[in-house]
Write a protein that binds this ligand. Structure first.
Ligand code: LLP
Length: 409
């Protein structure tokens, strides 16, 4: 999309506005099938990365599955018409009620705790499950999202395999899949191979005779910084497919291979448009104050993540160094700190890049500012507009679920 397209959208729908380019979204999804040449590859989009309904509709129509992490996500994916056979529910720390709710849908449950596995077996002897293991490989773009190794709450330890097998035997559980997810934004291609190897080491026909698939999670990174190199996914994908074929031979029959990317499929298709309404100088700092803030795009504040910022209104302006801030009542409310950008004038529209994954979906209404509107563009047309709720609707939502209570303790 061109600068002028973004400015047209900002003019028509106002800012802050999330813009999702459906063509880029589908291209990334198809890329995975090109990169990983295996006939039984199944991609499940990590719905937590972006839950816009029109955006998900494009993936559904392209045949994509879903990686869901809460009963709400499972219900939502079913509501949107995703095939239950193409949904995996990777729970963590779920309640019995949540377990039963999802069990009834027939969606495969991915269980990552011995305690839950035992409860599942007791409640439904003979049930089909996928088991999530901790691959003991530590990689990712932030310690908070690394899910292998000693610091994580996720997955069953590989060394607990004997206990797993005894629970499986006791309750006649049918293990149809094995799963691991190493982390988000995996930096080293070798980590994919190491994690696959770890999971394959326990996936013998003696341990798990009923396997239908192996699921190696998400974590395919995309560049966020201008000078960041893209991983050579053609080589990585070929290696993955090759190793999986060798594994199938050892296992003795054909299996499906699954991945659950969020960032890779959707980060790059999204841009958050914001308008600069106030310019001010605080001694050495030039501050560009915008009409959005960290509750709309929290990654810089939460992970120290870098998102490129473009001055769409004045791309050829003379470069100056800015703190690009939001309108939230906190000093840390910055999208970018000390960033060289073409001269910003009040009224200029900025585009914050890679806003298609973990931006809207991690949002909130802190300071009682509603979340931005969202549009999905495809083939040069706006195919969906999810409007921003008004302040009165926001208040009605809060007050509407609040009632007087006279319970005595
Ligand atoms: N599968 C499982 C079990 C996961 O926990 C995740 C991400 C994924 C797949 C997808 O990972 P991806 O391909 O998107 O890296 N909010 C963070 C990322 C958190 C990811 C949580 N789990 C961020 O903004 O960087």
């Amino acid at each position: 999309m061109l600068n002028k397209d973004f400015l047209t959208l900002a003019g028509r729908f106002g800012t802050p506005l999330f813009v999702y380019n459906g063509d880029v979204l589908l291209e990334r999804y198809q890329d995975l099938y090109r990169f990983i040449p295996h006939p039984r590859l199944q991609i499940h989009y990590a719905l937590k990365a972006n839950f816009n309904p029109a955006f998900l509709g494009l993936l559904r129509d392209a045949g994509c599955g879903i990686d869901a992490v809460s009963p709400g996500e499972v219900e939502y994916a079913l509501f949107l018409g995703f095939d239950p056979q193409k949904i995996i529910y990777t729970a963590n720390n779920m309640t019995d009620a949540e377990f039963e709710k999802v069990y009834k849908t027939g969606v495969v449950m991915n269980i990552g705790e011995l305690s839950r596995l035992r409860k599942a077996g007791k409640a439904h002897p003979g049930m089909k499950v996928c088991l999530r293991f901790n691959p003991d490989v530590t990689d990712g773009d932030n310690v908070r999202t690394m899910t292998g190794g000693d610091l994580t709450k996720f997955g069953i330890l590989l060394e607990d395999i004997d206990e797993v097998l005894s629970i499986v035997k006791e309750f006649n559980i049918k293990v149809v899949g094995l799963h691991e997810h190493t982390g988000s934004g995996i930096q080293k291609p070798e980590s994919f191979h190491a994690a696959m190897k770890a999971l394959m080491s326990i996936a013998t026909p003696e341990n798990f005779p009923d396997l239908e698939f192996m699921d190696f999670g998400g974590g395919f990174k995309v560049p966020y910084k201008p000078d960041e190199e893209r991983i050579d996914y053609v080589t990585l994908g070929a290696g993955i497919a090759q190793r999986f074929r060798e594994f199938e031979k050892q296992y003795g029959r054909e299996l499906n291979i699954k991945f659950e990317p969020g960032k890779f499929i959707s980060a790059e298709c999204g841009t958050l448009l914001v308008t600069v309404n106030t310019l001010k100088r605080n001694r050495k700092r030039l501050i560009a104050g915008t009409d959005s803030g960290f509750p709309h795009l929290i990654r810089p504040v939460f992970y120290g993540a870098y998102h490129q910022v473009f001055n769409l209104s004045n791309p050829d302006g003379k470069e100056e160094v800015y703190d690009v801030c939001g309108n939230i009542c906190e000093t840390g409310d910055r999208f970018a700190e000390q960033r060289p950008l073409p001269e910003i004038r009040e009224g200029d529209v900025l585009g914050i890049a890679n806003a298609g994954a973990y931006c809207y979906s991690m949002g909130g209404i802190y300071n009682l500012r509603a979340m931005p509107a969202e549009v999905v563009v495809k083939g040069g047309k706006v195919i969906s507009h999810r409007r921003r709720v008004s302040d009165s609707e926001l208040i009605a939502d809060i007050t509407g679920t609040t009632e007087k209570c006279d319970m005595v303790l």
